[in-house]
Write a protein that binds this ligand. Structure first.
Ligand SMILES: [Zn+2]
Length: 81
């Protein structure tokens, strides 16, 4: 199996996506933000493990051809079991 978990990018729960963090360095080009929250990326996002409900919601938002491929794959998996 190439991977064992799926992940989501969500707003950082430490800085609430502001990048403001105690002991961080101020960014003079974006005065409402700070340079370094150590827990998220430059967009204030962090990665968490996707729950089964989040995966279902993702599948609900895919197009018809992606859902068709998923159905075929699920049928293959079920026939192997
Ligand atoms: Zn953060």
């Amino acid at each position: 199996m190439p991977f064992d978990k799926l992940y989501l990018k969500v707003v950082c729960s430490i800085c609430k996506g502001t990048r403001m963090f105690n002991h961080g360095h101020h960014d003079p080009h974006r005065p409402h933000r700070w340079k370094t929250c150590p827990y998220c990326d430059s967009n204030g996002l962090t990665v968490i493990e996707a729950t089964a409900d989040a995966i279902i919601k993702f599948i609900e938002n895919t197009d018809v051809s992606a859902r068709q491929r998923l159905k075929q794959k699920l049928a293959e998996i079920e026939s192997e079991e």
